[in-house]
Design a protein. Structure first.
Length: 345
């Protein structure tokens, strides 16, 4: 597997020079963050970021992510023009040598948590999702904003969009995703780009908005209806694993040839629909990280993997979930499992 690390560009407190010092680190997972969602990424901008990464002896191996414009998700009449821009971004990334694109199809909001600095027993802090607290939050009052959210909508615009989504069912949203895929996957095939959809995080409806990339049945529907190797998934252990009904080992077995990217993250279940993120260790979270990595190796997965959200430890301050120290520990932990399993085989 290609051990990789999420980097938020030159404004990221974590620097490429630091990432390079993590043992066996190869890839950088990043994006062009200054462009509005939906706009085509220019080749010269892609080329510039790629060169900066390569100057540090690393490789930009995954784009995370190319945002999907809300009009596409909602199936509006303008969606074809936005899809055309997305197609061009795929071409531009491919022609600059970047062949894996992670994206999501979550309505309005990206990953959602109720607290960014919830304490853990060891004195560190991490991201937490409490369903009861989320139920009490009004997303329109601006009281909750999270890293990764698109904040380009004004409150009145957001209110209109949320009202419009009340008329969109899960079935409608799936059809809108299929419509999108039927038009971008042929381009991905032509350019030899692997599209890797990220699961909804958490994998259930929030704020009255439908979510569909949540479990094996829904994902298999999406994969079968647009049946191409280039239409694949980002296997995020923390997102899928937040739902206690998801069998992660079984999902790897059934989707093995369509896994193009792996996010490794552990969570500790605190109730049926609540969880807190922990270190990657099997001793602290509810997920069998060792078994998951062993299964990935068993099915022959050799693609990029990154340690996902980390705790804030040793007094570090920075982007919640994306500090240096605990994600570095996670990378070393994952590499230990990978090395031991390969030696055993």
């Amino acid at each position: 597997m290609e051990m990789s690390f999420r980097w938020y560009g030159t404004e990221d407190p974590v620097k490429l020079e630091q990432i390079k010092q993590i043992p066996a680190m190869k890839g950088i997972v990043s994006a062009i963050y200054e462009l509005p969602p939906g706009e085509t990424w220019p080749r010269e901008t892609i080329r510039s970021m790629k060169a900066e990464i390569e100057q540090r002896g690393l490789v930009w191996n995954v784009v995370e992510s190319v945002p999907v414009h809300e009009d596409i998700k909602m199936g509006k009449g303008t969606r074809d023009s936005w899809i055309a821009k997305y197609q061009e971004t795929i071409r531009n990334l491919s022609r600059e040598g970047i062949k894996t694109i992670c994206y999501n199809f979550m309505p309005v909001f990206d990953w959602t948590r109720s607290k960014l600095d919830a304490p853990l027993p060891d004195g560190s802090h991490s991201l937490m999702y409490d369903e009861d607290l989320i139920q009490q939050i009004d997303p329109l009052d601006g009281s909750l904003t999270l890293p990764g959210w698109d904040l380009s909508y004004q409150k009145d615009d957001l209110r209109v969009i949320m009202e419009e989504y009340k008329e969109i069912s899960k079935e409608d949203l799936m059809e809108n995703l299929i419509y999108f895929l039927e038009r971008i996957i042929p381009v991905a095939e032509e350019e030899d780009v692997l599209m890797a959809i990220h699961p909804d995080d958490p994998p259930w409806d929030i704020f009255g908005l439908p979510r569909i990339i949540t479990n094996e049945a829904n994902v298999m529907t999406m994969l079968k209806r647009v049946n191409s190797r280039h239409n694949g998934i980002t296997f995020c252990t923390g997102s899928y694993g937040a739902d206690q009904d998801n069998d992660l080992i079984g999902m790897i077995e059934h989707m093995q040839d369509r896994i193009h990217f792996v996010h490794a993250r552990n969570v500790r279940w605190t109730s049926e629909k609540s969880f807190q993120e922990t270190s990657h260790s099997v001793h602290e979270g509810s997920l069998d990280m060792v078994g998951i990595i062993q299964k990935l190796i068993e099915v022959g997965y050799e693609g990029p993997i990154r340690p996902d959200h980390g705790r804030m430890i040793w007094g570090e301050e920075g982007r919640p979930g994306y500090g240096l120290y605990d994600r570095a520990l996670g990378a070393v932990y994952l590499n230990g499992i990978i090395d031991a399993e390969r030696e055993r085989r």
